[in-house]
Design a protein around this ligand. Structure first.
Ligand SMILES: Cc1ncc(C[n+]2csc(CCOP(=O)(O)OP(=O)(O)O)c2C)c(N)n1
Length: 541
């Protein structure tokens, strides 16, 4: 017999968990007491939301669920934004929260919050475990639910008395949940329709979303594109599915995307959407079908298909599996004229370049230089705001990854997610890029980065504004810029000094290259503060 707290730790070990991100409190103390005896590394963050983001960055790079821990009440509610962020981007997470004693549940006692209720819309599933003996089973189920089908966060809430109960520990080998059977294999009849539509297409386009990474299917997407000479565009979450300079890649689509990618979709006669939510910022339903574009949508989540865009051929399944099934049939397409047309459009397209301005760093140039200088397989984490858009528009991705909060657009994501990503891939270069507003939502994580020696590089684009909102107010609210001025911000380099983080400040295009080199050469945490014009816009006009 062991305590349930011990059983939680053992279950995590059985799931192959080597690192967890958390913040303790009384209600989760029995668990922490046992974690001390485990080889699982605990990363103490400085705010629970960041435990969730760090676990999410870890999960996206490691390809398995990230684990975050919080106490009851405020600890648990602080996790919610991170759960919602992971939910929107289909990232597998396990959140373990402490809860008040079973007999006190529902009585509004100190630090009680109905977290399973509150997080319900933002989790794939949540468990309140009142019977200690059920814990190993629930944990097994949680990992299974989080990492299969459309991946997402699962919450396990465990009252403190339950953690202290003694149980017989027997970790289950398998899981079977009656109402949950995600299908991974594509339906043969639908596959036939897909192959048939491909055969008839003259102007096909693949639109790749973040689900391609979730399914670990980048190789298959590349193979399909190359074997059939199909051009590829991506959503923001799909950036990096093909290298930026791949001859079949035509850029990011959507409201901040490039014109050739958007035009490709609108002129296509066959659109193959793979692992994308078809969010309104990426694609809107602008009568593509009426204009004779056939739409194939491949997604693991049947609820996504047809939700935002009418679809001719739905194909439910795991992208990797489905693409393998398609590739087995050796389809061939004749697309030479179509590719010529796309390449012509691409040549005519002018990249969005803001003019250089004295006293400031040009953000487009900054992103371009940075991403060219980063190692080929490095990880670039963008925050939310103009910095995110400049990053997505200008990044040159080779074998690396681009992480950001795409669905929820959560400011304060980049640094904790980068910490998680670096822990998942310590050998890779990890750079986080954020704005001066979002930095102030996550600055406390400097301490985490230092305490645990996680050498993330942080580039702060300082425009002294909540730039994205300022741009919006300028364009749509007659320049009525209100509540966007960040006067009062500290000198971030001095803050970095206070933590013992190496840092540099640049305010001209001439200095920036050398500064990037110095930052990337360093094997320690580093902060590069770049002055950006408060007037610089990212909307392509
Ligand atoms: C938690 C949160 N609060 C508010 C917003 C709304 N919002 C979107 S972008 C943005 C401005 C971001 O400013 P900053 O971090 O300085 O980056 P910039 O746009 O200047 O690059 C705001 C406030 C958000 N996305 N997330």
């Amino acid at each position: 017999m062991i305590t349930a707290a011990q059983a939680i730790v053992k279950s995590l070990e059985m799931e192959g968990v080597s690192v967890v991100f958390g913040y303790p409190g009384a209600a989760i103390c029995p668990f922490y007491d046992q974690l001390a005896h485990s080889s699982i590394r605990h990363i103490l963050v400085r705010q629970e939301q960041n435990a969730g983001h760090a676990a999410s960055g870890y999960a996206r790079i490691a390809g398995k669920p990230g684990v975050c821990i919080a106490t009851s009440g405020p600890g648990a509610t602080n996790l919610i934004t991170a759960l919602a962020t992971a939910y929107m981007d289909s990232v597998p997470l396990i959140a373990i929260t402490g809860q008040v004693s079973t007999e006190l549940l529902g009585r509004d006692v100190f630090q009680e919050a109905d977290i399973t209720g509150a997080a319900e819309p933002f989790t794939k599933h949540s468990f309140l475990v009142k019977n200690a003996q059920e814990l190993p089973q629930r944990i097994k189920e949680a990992f299974y639910i989080a990492s299969t089908g459309r991946q997402g966060p699962v919450l396990i809430d465990i009252p403190i008395d339950v953690q202290k109960n003694m149980i017989e520990f027997d970790y289950p080998q398998t899981v079977s949940i009656r109402s949950y059977k995600p299908s991974t294999k594509g339906n043969t009849a639908q596959l036939k329709r897909v192959l048939n539509a491909m055969q008839q297409a003259r102007k096909p386009v693949i639109c790749a979303g973040g689900g391609v990474f979730g399914a670990r299917a980048t190789k298959q997407v590349k193979q399909l594109a190359e074997q059939c000479s199909i051009p590829v565009v991506s959503t923001m979450m799909g950036l990096g599915v093909l290298p930026t300079e791949h001859p079949l890649y035509f850029g990011m689509l959507g409201m901040y995307g490039c014109s050739v990618a958007n035009k490709a979709i609108h002129e296509s006669d066959l659109l193959i959407i793979i692992g994308a939510r078809v969010g309104e910022r990426a694609m809107s339903n602008t009568g593509l079908i009426a204009r004779c574009t056939r739409i194939i949508h491949i997604d693991i989540d049947p609820a996504e298909i047809g939700k935002n865009m009418e679809t001719n051929i739905p194909l439910v399944g795991d992208a990797k599996q489905v693409l393998k099934q398609i590739l087995e049939q050796n389809p061939t397409l004749e697309t030479a004229d179509w590719l010529d047309a796309l390449r012509d459009w691409k040549r005519q397209e002018k990249p969005p370049i803001i003019a250089s301005q004295s006293g400031y760093v040009n953000p487009n140039r900054l992103v371009s230089l940075l991403s060219h200088k980063m190692e080929g397989d490095s990880i670039y984490v963008a925050d939310v705001g103009q910095n995110q858009i400049w990053s997505a528009q200008g990044i040159n991705l080779r074998e690396g990854r681009f992480l950001t909060s795409g669905g929820m657009g959560t400011m304060g994501y980049s640094l904790p997610a980068a910490i998680g990503a670096k822990l998942a891939a310590p050998e890779k270069q990890v750079v986080a890029v954020c704005g001066d507003g979002s930095l102030q939502m996550q600055m406390m994580e400097f301490a985490t980065m230092c305490q645990h020696s996680v050498p993330v590089k942080l580039v702060v684009m300082c425009n002294n504004r909540l730039g994205m909102v300022r741009e919006l107010q300028d364009i749509y609210y007659q320049h009525n810029c209100i509540a966007v001025n960040l006067d009062g911000s500290p000198d971030f380099c001095k803050i970095a000094d206070a933590y013992g983080i190496n840092n540099a400040f640049v305010c001209s295009d001439t200095e920036v290259e050398h500064a990037i080199d110095r930052m990337l050469e360093s094997d320690k945490p580093y902060l590069l503060q770049c002055a950006i014009s408060p007037e610089a816009n990212c909307a392509t006009d």
